[in-house]
Design a protein around this ligand. Sequence first.
Ligand SMILES: [Zn+2]
Length: 298
Amino acid sequence: MKRKIFLILLLSLILVSCTNKNNDNNKNIYTSIYPIEYLTKEIVGDKYKVINIIPTGVEIHGWEPSMKTVASMSDSQLILVNGLGLESWADSVSESVGESKIVEVNKGIDYIKLTETEKEEHSHGDYDPHIWLSIKNMLVMAKNIEEEVVKLDPENKSYYEKNLERLESSLKELDGKFETALENYSGKAIIVPHDAFGYLVRDYNLKQIPIEGINSSSEPDLGTVAKIVDKAKSDNVNTVFYEYGGSDKIAKTIAKEISGETKEIYSLENITDELIKNNEDYYTLMEKNLNNILESFK
Ligand SMILES: [Zn+2]
C-alpha cells in the first residue's frame, strides 16, 4: 500500500514539475509551522518568499500534507522544520522532495526529555517538541535559520546578518520583559490547554498543569480532571487557560470547581487569519501571553 502511494506521489510530482517549469520556485523557502515562518520571514526579508506548509488555523499535531503540497515543496531548495517528532509527515515526504532539503532548526537547544507517561501518547520521539515557546530557544533557532539561508545565498550574507541582528534584539527585549515581570512569581503554576509550555515555564521558573497531553488530541477523562482540580487547589491557581480559538468547555468545568475564571493563551503552534488581519505576530502574541499569565497571578 505504501509503495502504491509512493508511486502515485512520484507520478504527480513528475507531472507538476513539468507544468511548473516557469515558476520561480527557487525563490521559495518552505517552513512547517508558524514560529519558524515568523523567524524565516524576518531573516530573508524580500530575498525569498516564505511559504508555511501547514495552513492557518489548522491543528498541527498529526497533520499530513496533500500530494499537491508535497509536489510544490519538491521544487523548493529549502524546507525548514521543527523536528523532535513534531512533523510526523517529514519522513514520508523526504524521499519525494529530497532529504537534504529538509533541515531541522532545533540544533543546539537544550531539549526537555519527555516522561514515560508523556511518551505513551507521543509516538515520535523522546523530547518535547514545543521549543518555540521559549524565547531563548527562538534565538537559537533564528541563528540556525540564518546559517541555512546564507548557505543558500552567500552573496547576500551581510543583508541576512543585519536582519538576524534586528530579530535578535527584538527577541531579547521580549525575553527581558518576561524576566522582569515574572521575577517575583518563581514556583507559581499555570493551568494550560495542553502540555506545550514546558520550555516557557522552565525559562522563568514557573510550573505548568496541562489539561491535555503533548499532542493535544485527547479530552481528559473525569479522573484526570479531578487530578487537575486537586493540583490547582494546592497550588492556589485561580485561572484556567484555554487555547485561543479552541473550545473553553473543559477549562470552564475546571474553573467552576476551583471558583476561578478562564483566559485564553496562545501556544503559537499556528496562527489564524483573524490574528494576521489584526497585525498580530509572535512578538505581540507572546506579550499577550505574558500579560494574561501575570493577571492570573493576581
Ligand atoms: Zn502541541
